[in-house]
Write a protein that binds this ligand. Structure first.
Ligand code: SAM
Length: 197
């Protein structure tokens, strides 16, 4: 199926993002913040989907913590980088919109690092619904994105609009915070934990 290009594809930001994370990892910087929160939400050995995994840092950190992780990422160069950086990381070159019953069910879908700001225009509700449909019983979605200081070509996604889209697809907000360390909600960054209605 031909799909509209994602805002990420249109941004041309892939190489910069890939290089930046390669440098951070080489310098021994902490790039596991999102994964630590995800891990705290999960029983041991849980099934996790990293939706829009980029170069695989979050998925790799969850794999190291003993979870059964699938990552999907449509950007070919980032999939390649993930395979080179984390040999053995399960990663497929795929779009969130391709998720379906063949993928099974997940305890947690991780969709962090501005993925929702880079979806193809007009596909936000479809992408949220696709992630909802692969949630197991008591499954949850962890989403995070910039509300201010967005990176290049990322859309603006106001809290009210995002939460209206969640309601429209039958997702409930369990928690909204301002960081992956659960600082109070603020106007700069949004972190949500979601479940099915
Ligand atoms: C800023 S990167 C973040 C990557 C990763 N989640 C991280 O935090 O390191 C944004 C990612 O969203 C992905 N993305 C955008 N639209 C997508 C879609 N429809 N399905 C899957 N991934 C998508 C892009 O390909 C890109 O890798």
């Amino acid at each position: 199926m031909t799909r509209r290009p994602t805002r990420w594809q249109e941004s041309g930001f892939s190489a910069n993002y890939g290089r930046r994370f390669a440098e951070l990892i080489a310098a021994g910087e902490d790039v596991d913040g999102e994964a630590r929160l995800a891990d705290a939400l999960l029983p041991r050995g849980a099934r996790v989907l990293d939706a829009g995994a980029g170069m695989g840092r979050v998925a790799a950190a969850l794999l190291r913590r003993g979870h059964d992780v699938l990552s999907i990422e449509p950007d070919k160069a980032l999939v390649q980088q993930a395979r080179e950086t984390y040999p053995g990381l399960p990663i497929e070159e795929r779009d969130i919109l391709s998720l379906g019953s063949d993928d099974g069910l997940f305890d947690l879908v991780v969709c962090v690092g501005n993925v929702v700001l880079y979806l193809a225009e007009g596909t936000e509700r479809a992408a949220l619904a696709a992630m909802r449909d692969v949630l197991g019983e008591n499954g949850r979605i962890l989403v995070g994105f910039h509300l201010e200081g967005r990176p290049p070509n990322a859309r603006e996604y106001a809290v009210a609009e995002f939460e209206a889209d969640l309601s429209a697809v039958g997702l409930r907000v369990n928690l909204r915070a301002g960081s992956y360390e659960l600082h109070p909600a603020n106007d700069d960054y949004g972190v949500w934990i979601l479940s099915r209605e």
